[in-house]
Write a protein that binds this ligand. Structure first.
Ligand SMILES: Cc1cc2nc3c(=O)[nH]c(=O)nc-3n(C[C@H](O)[C@H](O)[C@H](O)COP(=O)(O)OP(=O)(O)OC[C@H]3O[C@@H](n4cnc5c(N)ncnc54)[C@H](O)[C@@H]3O)c2cc1C
Ligand SMILES: [Zn+2]
Length: 317
């Protein structure tokens, strides 16, 4: 939910990282405390002060139910906020990192850093869909937005830092782990059918290239996932594959009865990796089908969604 109020007090203007205490109920009528919400944006020309919040419990429900002429008590600004002038004086590159509703306080931060002379890079993560990214565009050098589900934005992890673990979760979707023993770079990505059509594995190899990896050095492991035996689809899946790969996709698609298809995601991803320059002998494919082995693996299909997940982990030591 977005809430904009008019902030008239020029002697106490809000800065990035500060928050306000909001109360949309009479203190004596509802005995709950004011709720802290961060400053999302502040326009010092017009005094428009914007909050972005998620409805959680009673307090935020009451905020969301505000109607015209209702009273809202806004106390603040609270907290110290960021000293953006000092940060911009000290650093040439600044990375601003956040996720979910936690991106709300980052907008004013990016604006203030920009005004202080450093255009930051923004790294944000969301569950399913990114939101409000367009507002950041004028204030950021680069925006890296990722989602857990991969429906939008980036979806995959690359590192050359020893000790950090990259983890991918899935149940039918393929975990793909990549390792370059020469430059010591690791990557992990999660390839469902959408990710396969979008070429996530190939993209991961490209990203490893930014760390100096050469495709011919990279080892790939395609983990257990739903195999052709069980991955029955309507025409949307094969259509996405042939749209992305043309006739090269056809060996991996088998028409079956009732206008349906069986699709070999493992084969498609191995083909993508070979196209990206990996050697065939460096691509290891688990033969296990998650839907065939309920005793061993979680399968989204086999459990109709009532499931846990497998985790695939890679770590540089
Ligand atoms: C400094 C600071 C800045 C913040 N900035 C922001 C911001 O910019 N945007 C933002 O969205 N939030 C922000 N928050 C968090 C925000 O303050 C809380 O989400 C809010 O206070 C919750 O109040 P509430 O009365 O709605 O929920 P409460 O009733 O206090 O509930 C708190 C917890 O209980 C859970 N809960 C409540 N009711 C139920 C129910 N019926 N069933 C299951 N679970 C329930 C909620 O999910 C939540 O986890 C900030 C917090 C702090 C401390
Ligand atoms: Zn199977």
């Amino acid at each position: 939910m977005r809430l904009t109020v008019q902030w008239q007090d020029h002697s106490r203007e809000p800065h990035a990282g500060q928050f306000y205490m909001l109360r949309a109920w009479a203190a004596d009528a509802t005995p709950i405390l004011s709720r802290p919400i961060s400053v999302d944006d502040f326009d010092n020309q017009t005094g428009a002060l914007t909050f972005l919040y998620q409805v959680k419990g009673e307090g935020t429900h009451k905020l969301a139910a505000l109607k015209k002429d209702d009273t809202l008590t806004v106390t603040g600004p609270c907290g110290n906020g960021f000293d953006t002038a000092a940060l911009a004086g000290q650093y040439k590159r600044i990375a601003v990192v956040g996720g979910g509703i936690g991106t709300a306080p980052l907008l004013l931060l990016c604006k203030e850093l920009c005004r202080a002379g450093v255009r930051p890079d923004l790294f944000v993560g969301f569950r399913d869909t990114t939101y409000g990214m367009d507002r950041f565009v004028p204030w950021c050098r680069d925006i890296y937005a990722a989602t857990v589900s991969g429906k939008e934005g980036l979806h995959g992890l690359v590192t050359d830092l020893p000790g950090g673990s990259l983890v991918i979760f899935g149940a039918d979707c393929l975990p793909i782990l990549l390792y370059d023993p020469v430059r010591r770079v690791a990557a992990a990505c999660h390839a469902g059918w959408r990710g396969t059509a979008l070429g996530i594995a190939q993209r991961a190899v490209e990203k490893m290239g930014f760390y100096g990896s050469r495709p011919e050095d990279i080892r790939a492991a395609i983990g257990p996932g739903i195999a052709k035996c069980c991955f029955e689809t309507h025409e949307d899946v094969p259509n996405a594959m042939t749209k992305a790969l043309g006739v090269c996709a056809t060996p991996y698609i088998e028409p079956i009865e009732g206008g349906k298809f069986k699709v070999d995601l493992k084969g498609l991803n191995a083909m993508r990796l070979k196209r990206a320059g990996l050697l065939e002998e460096h691509i290891d494919i688990s033969p296990d089908c998650t839907a065939c082995h309920p005793e061993k693996y979680w399968s989204h299909r086999a459990t109709q969604g009532r499931r846990g997940s497998q985790a695939a982990v890679i770590q540089l030591l």
